[in-house]
Design a protein around this ligand. Structure first.
Ligand SMILES: [Zn+2]
Length: 278
């Protein structure tokens, strides 16, 4: 889909599995498993759906998926499936990417940022600069016991060492006037989400604020979130804007749908129509 000067594409880099209870928080299993059947280990399937923005001068990738640097134990735990070279279907290679926008440094959003070469982790996009919020960059280096399993330093420290991981502040207009950066702090500290927009179309990258379409529902909040009541507040603030301006909400993890437009009901917000051809 065309948004301003960008061709915008949803790009599936792979899928993996996480505990269904953790994905849906306080929502009871009989409710969430209607759409998301759990496997024998209570896991549900998650996609990693990046967003690719292509213009003449820039090739931008938002989030990089799980990547291939997983040992046998983790492969079994997370059931990681990576799609080989997903960029080739758009006629480009990793070397063409100019900017990588990382919503935050959790392993399922940044694992694909590096590759192994000669036993060493190096940037997977050799000509790109990577951007993350300074708040998240700081937090990722010193997480708590509760969330340190989500931050694997080996996946972002090589970028920092090479000088290509740039910490930014949310008021920085670092790309251009068609990409708005908004910072959220409920899921983790300094998660940055992006709105790509022109006069008629808005695409909002929901990342871990709206991982599945089900998370439009206000009480559906992942157990991973550090500050679930802040997540609730953040959803209450952004959802009216998404609805009124008819943004396309993009789902990074939804196993079935790339995006949706939403509507309001007496009970809250829900999907108005799914948009799969992003
Ligand atoms: Zn996350």
């Amino acid at each position: 889909m065309q948004v301003g000067k960008y061709q915008v594409h949803s790009l599936v880099t792979g899928d993996y599995a996480l505990d269904g209870g953790a994905m849906f928080g306080v929502i009871p299993k009989p409710v969430w498993e209607r759409n998301n059947p759990a496997d024998s280990r209570n896991r549900v399937t998650l996609m990693t759906r990046s967003l690719l923005l292509l213009s003449d001068s820039r090739k931008i990738l938002i989030d990089t998926g799980m990547g291939g640097n997983w040992d046998e134990r983790s492969l079994d735990r997370y059931q990681v499936n990576n799609i080989p070279d997903p960029l080739t279907s758009f006629g480009i290679t990793a070397a063409d990417i100019t900017d990588v926008l990382l919503t935050h440094l959790h392993f399922d959003h940044t694992g694909g940022s590096t590759i192994i070469e000669n036993g060493k982790l190096i940037p997977a996009y050799p000509n790109a600069r990577y951007y993350v919020q300074r708040n998240n960059f700081r937090w990722a280096h010193n997480p708590t016991e509760r969330d340190k399993g989500s931050y694997i330093k080996e996946y972002f420290e090589p970028l920092a060492r090479e000088g290509v991981l740039i910490p930014i502040d949310d008021d920085v207009d670092m790309l251009d006037d068609e990409i708005e950066v908004i910072q959220f702090n409920g899921h983790t500290y300094g998660q940055q989400l992006f709105r790509i927009f022109d006069d008629t179309v808005n695409v909002f990258f929901g990342s871990d604020l709206f991982p599945f379409s089900e998370h439009i529902n206000l009480p559906t909040i992942m157990s991973y979130d550090l500050q679930p009541l802040i997540t609730l507040q953040e959803k209450k603030e952004i959802l009216p804007r998404i609805m009124e301006q008819e943004w396309i909400l993009h789902f990074y993890h939804d196993p079935f749908h790339a995006g949706a437009k939403i509507e309001k009901t007496e009970k809250g917000f829900k999907v108005k129509e799914f948009i799969d051809d992003i």
